[in-house]
Write a protein that binds this ligand. Structure first.
Ligand code: CTP
Length: 402
């Protein structure tokens, strides 16, 4: 969580500059305020307009612009931040930082600051390995500058080796470590189910539902960002694997159950999957053919994964959390579902067609625990995930004290 943290992001010139845009998005998603300085080189790769649209602020670039100085001088710009982040950091800007050169707004801000600085180097492998760069990096490190990456891999210039800028989520993790906001769940294990399940009718057809997996995936991502060792058991979705999360992909409810049981023990389990309640009995091994009479599908009940985890004799997680997808009387049905499934918390949400929850970006949650119900404002699914994870961290911490 970076709520209220102020980051001054300096984007210098390199092909990785486009990743700075994603970095801004991810930082703001976590509640950080981001101001950006774009160097002349950086502006060759991304436009001030795209950066400004994402920071929702003007982009600073000119050292001698009178309006810049009138609104916010370079000294104030660098001191009004909690952390300065240089991403990407070219060999050139690292050399200038080492030597104390201040010949543009970015380097002046870096020299004028009394705040911690984190750099994410990105450059050609030979430039990175050059003795000059290595010496500069060593000296910057001695001075307390934090360095994240570079990573090894194929490079835009066609070569292979260290020089690629660290991934956005690695930079975020480094920022959180530096600002002391990470790790509320370090050392804990989390299990999350997500997505729909597909229940076969025959080898080519299946029964499914409209779950996109966005909420479950966001929860897994938030657990990992808080430092938990996170396993996501996901039904078929068209989402990328969340960063820092181990993902097991399954199709049917029975496969999901098996993967979940094998993952125990964990500290916290969250059932966000829209598990199909029924499966087709006696699935044929061959495709059903059209005949004179219509085929009859006989259904049988699927195992209740959440209830099995919540009632596990040997390895019940300390906290079991379920969702209640309802289309009416949300809180009341949620309360009943909490009892029926034996879980600790239920996040009840309205999935009626008008709510736009299924497949949408937002969610409106009523959290039900043993002390009652609490309704959250309408939030993005990522914000719901972070709020939930914060609450889990507080709960586990207070339980450990008892
Ligand atoms: N769940 C589960 N296994 C199932 C069905 C549901 O683990 N076979 C979990 C879901 O992941 C969710 C919670 O149980 O966390 C409630 O899911 P929901 O679909 O709202 O409840 P159902 O048990 O299916 O009840 P109903 O459809 O009657 O409302």
């Amino acid at each position: 969580m970076l709520q209220g943290k102020r980051i001054l992001l300096i984007v210098s010139g390199g092909i990785a500059a486009y990743k700075a845009l994603e970095l801004v998005r991810r930082l703001r998603e976590r509640g950080a305020e981001v101001r950006a300085i774009l160097t002349k080189g950086g502006a060759e790769f991304i436009t001030p307009l795209s950066l400004s649209a994402l920071t929702e602020d003007r982009v600073y670039s000119d050292l001698f612009s009178l309006t810049d100085e009138a609104e916010m001088g370079h000294i104030q710009l660098s001191r009004a931040a909690d952390l300065l982040v240089v991403a990407p950091a070219t060999a050139d800007i690292l050399a200038k930082m080492t030597a104390g050169i201040a010949d543009d707004l970015a380097t002046t801000a870096l020299l004028a600051t009394d705040k911690p600085v984190l750099v994410a180097p990105a450059m050609n492998v030979r430039m990175w390995q050059h003795a000059a760069t290595q010496e500069n990096i060593g000296r910057l490190r001695e001075r307390g500058v934090h360095i994240v990456g570079p990573n090894k891999g194929p490079m835009a210039c066609g070569e292979f080796g260290p020089g690629r800028m660290a991934e956005v989520m690695e930079i975020i993790a480094a920022i959180e470590r530096r600002l002391g906001t990470a790790g509320a769940l370090a050392g804990r294990k989390a299990l999350v189910t997500s997505g729909p399940t597909h229940e076969p009718i025959d080898p080519v057809r299946y029964i499914a539902n409209r779950s996109s997996g966005r909420q479950g995936h966001a929860i897994a991502e938030a657990f990992a960002a808080a430092g938990a060792e996170t396993l996501l058991v996901s039904g078929p979705v068209s989402l990328d694997d969340p960063p820092g999360v181990r993902v097991i992909k399954v199709e049917s409810a029975r496969e999901m159950l098996e993967a979940c049981l094998a993952a125990l023990p964990v500290d916290v389990a969250v059932g966000a999957a829209a598990v199909a309640d029924w499966r087709v009995a006696g699935v044929p091994t061959q495709k059903l053919k059209k005949k004179a009479e219509l085929p009859e599908l006989k259904l049988e009940e699927n195992p209740d994964i959440l209830a099995q985890i919540a009632r596990h004799r040997e390895a019940r997680p300390r906290l079991v959390i379920g969702f209640a997808a309802e289309t009416e009387r949300v809180a009341e049905q949620g309360r009943a579902k909490r009892q029926r499934k034996g879980c600790d918390w239920i996040l009840a949400n309205d999935v009626s067609a008008e709510s736009g929850t299924f497949g949408g970006a937002d969610n409106e949650i009523t959290l039900i625990d043993d002390s009652g119900a609490e309704t959250w404002p309408r939030l993005s699914k990522h914000a719901v995930a972070r709020r939930l994870v914060e609450r889990v961290a507080r709960h586990l911490a207070s339980e450990s004290k008892r």
